[in-house]
Design a protein around this ligand. Sequence first.
Ligand SMILES: [Zn+2]
Length: 260
Amino acid sequence: MFLDQMNYLEVEEYLKHHDSIIIVTGSTENHGKHMPLGTDTMIPTKIAKLIDERMGKDIVIAPPLPYGSTSDLMGFAGTLSIGPELLIQVLDKLCGQLIEYGFKHFIILNGHGGNSKSIEQVGFDLYKQGAILARVDWWLIAGDLNPYWKGGHGGAEEAAGVMAVDPSLIKMKYINEGENFVNDLGDELPTYQWTTVKFGGSTITIPRPIKNTTDNGWNEYSLTTDRPPKADPKWGTEMVNAMADYVKEFVPAFEKVSKY
Ligand SMILES: [Zn+2]
């Protein structure tokens, strides 16, 4: 059930039998030319819809949070970040109110890696209030469920996920376009992946906007096999359904945990 479609009596009734809630966290950020800015919100939102179809009255799903922490991608037009601290504050505030109503088991269905540390902190904060949080980073779990699906920012895994939402959201004319790195710190410290440089046989992280280091800011096209042209809608549909099946099994197992 979606919280925004329920009335308060239905929430009270639900809380007589359950105390779990799913909250989707996403982001609004550049994913290269081939993908929409809302990728990290729309894929877990789709998974949440499929979970709702499977679980019905046995789970409540809160409205998704479409903004997250994505400082590294700032500068690509349309990218919006609330930063790690504000994300913690927003989730602490909302979850604290939900605890007062009787919710105790929080499942954060997360679509964006930049949110993960903040969500972890919220878990520690909620624990002190007698609640417990599980962070479900969908793209990592999907990669465990099927290694072929394993991927990252703007790659085939996410492209397939977006195709499960709506294939027309992928800009196919850019699907084969790679990414060029810019040695913004000079040739002695060549850019290697996003905020990293190569030096002396290893790598060093030097945080700076990815806008400085790549020409389109999606993924390490030249460094990985997670390439968007591999994606297709069938993969995407199988993957979001597999994730919904996984969460459907996880929620009752998690809700059973009463000593923590
Ligand atoms: Zn993403």
